[in-house]
Write a protein that binds this ligand. Structure first.
Ligand code: FE2
Ligand code: FE2
Length: 194
């Protein structure tokens, strides 16, 4: 009978999966950037692309610290998220609605990565692979910051402008400034048509 795998085997497997996920994302992020109308959103995707190239390199260092060969293993999870993002980009949405959808797609990827790196850091720490844990934590921090950045862009006007376009009647009742809060107040006091 074959010997049962250990947490260390599962850890290496997860590293390979994540390595492949990062590589897939280096190809997907330029497409998200290109599809963005809002310049700050495009900038956010572009700067996270640079970080993502760093994540690939950092994982290579992690493999090195464990005396493991650098190897990827197809990540079905991120492939699915990217596939969904592609379908969204094929939709015929107005610019701001598309931006809101691109943020949603980007955040799905970031949350997947945050889950992956959260687990990898915890397992590395539990097994005493402290160099690996430190490197993985650096990437986890950058994924969290990228996710926050996307939330702040959504909440600082993109969602509200898309919502106003969806419910133009409410916009007439109370003109909405770029501020999301003023818009939300308007939406609550206004009557919904659909
Ligand atoms: Fe990443
Ligand atoms: Fe990321």
């Amino acid at each position: 009978m074959a010997e049962a795998g250990t947490l260390h085997d599962a850890f290496i497997d997860e590293l390979r999966d994540t390595y492949d996920a990062e590589k897939q994302l280096t190809k997907a992020l330029p497409k998200l950037a290109k599809a963005s109308s809002n310049p700050q959103l495009r900038q956010a995707f572009e700067s996270h692309l640079k970080e993502t190239l760093g994540h690939v390199e950092r994982l290579e260092q992690v493999f090195g610290s464990l005396n493991e060969k650098v190897r990827g293993k197809h990540c079905d999870g991120v492939a699915g998220i990217i596939e969904e993002g592609k379908s969204i980009m094929e939709e015929d949405f107005d610019d701001t609605t598309m931006d809101a959808c691109l943020i949603a797609a980007g955040q799905r990827a970031e949350h997947y990565e945050m889950a992956a790196y959260g687990t990898l850091v915890a397992w590395a720490q539990a097994m005493g692979h402290m160099d690996a844990a430190r490197l993985l934590q650096q990437t986890l921090d950058e994924e969290k910051a990228a996710d926050k950045k996307l939330s702040s862009l959504a909440e600082s006007g993109i969602n509200q402008r898309a919502a106003d376009a969806a419910h133009p009647d409410e916009e007439e009742e109370e003109p909405v400034r770029a501020g999301a809060r003023a818009g939300r107040k308007g939406a609550l006091s206004g009557k919904r048509k659909r």
